[in-house]
Design a protein around this ligand. Structure first.
Ligand SMILES: CC/C=C\C/C=C\C/C=C\C/C=C\C=C\C(=O)SCCNC(=O)CCNC(=O)[C@H](O)C(C)(C)COP(=O)(O)OP(=O)(O)OC[C@H]1O[C@@H](n2cnc3c(N)ncnc32)[C@H](O)[C@@H]1OP(=O)(O)O
Ligand code: FAD
Length: 609
């Protein structure tokens, strides 16, 4: 399809999804899932995932009563317009202004520079009638920083942009992926006025007289929508990784290459240890991210309930965990989808394998909702603060509780003596805790050598990111172990998930061996024992690998992959897909007579001469 056809088709699907949601007797969860799964990526996704939550989280009761009924019935369609051409990561650097005019009791929205143009918001370019806009609030000449405003963008009768608004689509994005069905847009204001009551005023407000009343709660609650989406992105990472691994595992069981004895059947590529070494850690990651995503949803729900009671104690932990796990899981999943493509050889590069599309749609997850490095630096900031408070009498809690055992973890030596010891959850956990703590403390010690802490932080950015990743990987390993010790029913299932848990942990030790050795968390002998155990675990998982991906229960339609078909009938279907290609409509291609024939004829003529 052309871009316009793709876009219009997405509108059709989105409206169809909305019709189903309204007609079917669905639970709230089912309708939420339908919205997300039938519309990724599409404007519905962001209306429900960002525009509505922003109003819920930052609007007053009156504002919620006015705007949510319209949004819930989709009588207005909204987007989340924060990022600008010149600033995305640095929210406090946004340039759009909202200047209060006490004469008219209005805010004047303006884009003072080209870099202040809103740029990237999904749904902004062509669909949304409204937006939550983030702009610098200015009253009486004073800049109070970035605040949220609900703004109507288009005429509700003919959908034309309102006077003072220039709006459009930012153009084609990466690959030929479905993200090109999304109208990520640009928007400029030219002294565009909105009523004062359209500033989202739950956190801070402006009185009729133009007095700014700052928030009596942490200003970062304004970032709440991003935190909520980051939490969902972790579970999405598990789904995306599972899709890619399902395709690659099923195809690896179907594909045979080399290894035939005396003209017999060739070897399934899934039996090659290199294929297992690349594939099974990704299979384990799909399960690991699912379990940590379940825990993160609990953490986010818990912090949301606490915030409603003005209890901000776990807000820093929630921010660090959502930021760090979003960053870590999306990076791993993007790399994992690409690895699954390569695991499928040449056929993985075909569009009908489903992997190029999955990669094209998924990889922006490393950037949207926060660039992954920027988010890990938030985790690093949180860890440095925690380390600085060790010994202050304030015991670290939650995911940093292990830091409270710093005295032990800084000097302990791993007691791993044989390969089977790597199947001991306590030993594995202590190894990851020691590595994470020692990396964080090493950063803190190096930071303390700088007089200017900000300068020191800037100098140590790369080390700080690695320490943050180590902390996040510890969280994922620990939540996998907790999951195994808790809710898993059925001995057989539990044994298989145990194998995957240790594959996940031991592959990380192998991948980040430099960390573990340089922090003396393990010895090179213990690392060799871990590798030995890893190979043994691959052998144990191999007979159940296909069953473990079938367990994701994805339909062929959802997978969209000839290689990942449930029936394994790959080769005939590859031909079937190939013959559908328009190039095969004629045996002699368009262009033969204009270009190929003259070339050949000229060659023949010169050959005769
Ligand atoms: C279609 C695909 C289908 C499925 C996939 C699933 C979902 C798709 C969803 C989205 C994709 C489509 C749309 C995408 C939308 C977007 O991208 S929206 C825009 C996202 N933008 C960002 O994430 C910006 C990232 N930057 C920031 O968050 C901030 O600028 C910052 C980096 C955190 C810095 O902020 P600031 O300068 O204000 O703060 P600091 O000075 O660094 O820190 C001050 C203290 O505040 C604490 N803090 C910071 N942020 C938060 C927070 N969110 N919550 C709580 N606390 C916070 C920070 O820890 C400091 O605390 P202190 O150390 O104690 O002082
Ligand atoms: C598909 C897609 C959909 C999006 N949808 C929306 C939307 O609906 N609404 C919306 O508001 N936004 C949206 N965005 C914008 C997105 O949120 C931003 O692109 C994202 O926050 C990254 O910001 P940036 O583009 O400014 O990156 P930059 O910050 O410019 O990143 C560029 C490089 O600089 C590095 N960097 C930046 N700051 C630092 C630092 N302090 N220390 C070290 N390194 C640093 C980064 O790590 C990165 O390597 C979308 C983006 C994409 C790709």
């Amino acid at each position: 399809m052309t871009r316009k056809e793709l876009f219009k088709n997405t509108l059709r699907k989105s409206v169809h999804a909305w019709k189903l949601i309204n007609e079917l007797p669905l639970s709230d969860d089912e309708s939420l899932m339908l919205r997300h799964f039938m519309d990724q990526p599409g404007f519905l996704d962001l209306h429900w995932r960002m525009f509505v939550p922003a109003i819920k989280g930052q609007g007053t009761e009156e504002q919620k009563q006015k705007w949510l009924p319209l949004a819930n019935k989709m009588q207005i369609i909204g987007c989340y317009a924060q990022t600008e051409l010149g600033h995305g990561s640095n929210v406090q650097g946004l340039e759009t202004t909202a200047t209060f005019d006490p004469q008219t009791d209005q805010f004047i929205l303006h884009s003072p520079t080209q870099t202040s143009s809103k740029w990237w918001p999904g749904g902004l370019g062509k669909v949304s009638t409204h937006a939550v806009i983030y702009a610098r609030l200015i009253t009486d000449g004073k800049d109070h920083g970035v605040h949220g405003f609900i703004v109507q963008l288009r005429n509700m009768d003919d959908h034309s942009p309102l006077p003072g608004i220039t709006i459009g689509d930012i153009g084609v994005k990466f690959g030929n992926g479905a993200y090109n069905s999304m109208d990520n847009g640009f928007l400029m204001f030219d002294k565009f006025c909105i009523p004062r009551d359209q500033m989202l005023m739950r956190l801070s407000k402006v009185t009729r007289e133009g007095k700014y009343v700052p928030s009596d709660v942490p200003r970062q609650l304004m970032y709440g929508t991003m935190v909520s989406v980051r939490q969902t992105i972790v579970s999405n990472a598990s789904i995306a990784m599972a899709r890619a691994v399902c395709i690659a595992t099923r195809y690896s069981a179907v594909r045979r290459q080399f290894g035939s004895q005396n003209g017999g059947i060739e070897t399934q590529v899934i039996d090659y240890k290199t294929q297992q070494n690349r594939l099974f850690p990704l299979l384990a990651s799909a399960y690991a991210f699912r379990f940590v995503g379940e825990w993160l949803k609990w953490l986010y729900t818990d912090v949301t309930q606490r915030l409603e009671a003005s209890d901000f104690a776990t807000l820093p932990e929630a921010h660090a965990c959502t930021a760090g796990l979003k960053s870590m899981t999306t990076s791993a999943t993007s790399d994992g989808i690409e690895e699954c493509r390569k695991l499928c050889g040449g056929h993985g590069y075909l569009w009908c394998s489903g992997l190029p599309e999955l990669f094209a749609v998924y990889v922006p997850a490393c950037t949207y909702e926060g660039d992954n490095v920027v988010l890990q630096l938030q985790v690093a900031r949180f860890l440095m603060k925690t380390v600085s408070q060790l010994g202050s009498g304030k015991a670290p809690a939650g995911t940093t509780a292990y830091m409270g055992r710093a005295k032990h973890l800084l000097q302990c030596r791993s007691s791993i003596r044989k390969a089977e010891d790597w199947l001991n959850p306590a030993m594995v956990l202590e190894t990851f805790e020691a590595r994470a703590l020692r990396m964080a403390v090493s950063c803190a010690n190096n930071l303390s050598k700088f007089e200017n802490q900000e300068q020191g932080f800037s100098e140590l950015l790369a080390d700080l990111v690695e320490a943050a990743i180590a902390h996040c990987q510890l969280i994922v390993v620990s939540k996998f172990i907790v999951k195994l010790e808790g809710e898993i029913k059925g001995k057989g299932v539990k044994n298989q998930l145990k194998n995957l848990c240790y594959i996940y942990a031991l592959h990380l030790i192998h991948k980040h061996l430099g960390d573990f050795l340089s922090t003396n968390s393990i010895t090179s002998e213990q690392a060799s024992l871990a590798n030995h155990q890893l190979r043994s675990l691959y052998t144990q998982v191999r007979p159940n690998a296909v069953a473990l991906v079938d367990a994701f229960d994805y339909t062929d339609h959802y997978l969209g992959s000839v290689l990942g078909r449930y029936d394994g009938n790959v080769y005939p279907k590859l031909f079937e897909e190939a013959l559908k290609d328009p190039l095969n409509d004629t045996v002699v291609p368009d262009g033969y007579h204009e270009y190929i024939r003259p070339l050949i004829k000229q060659h023949l003529r010169s050959a005769r001469l």
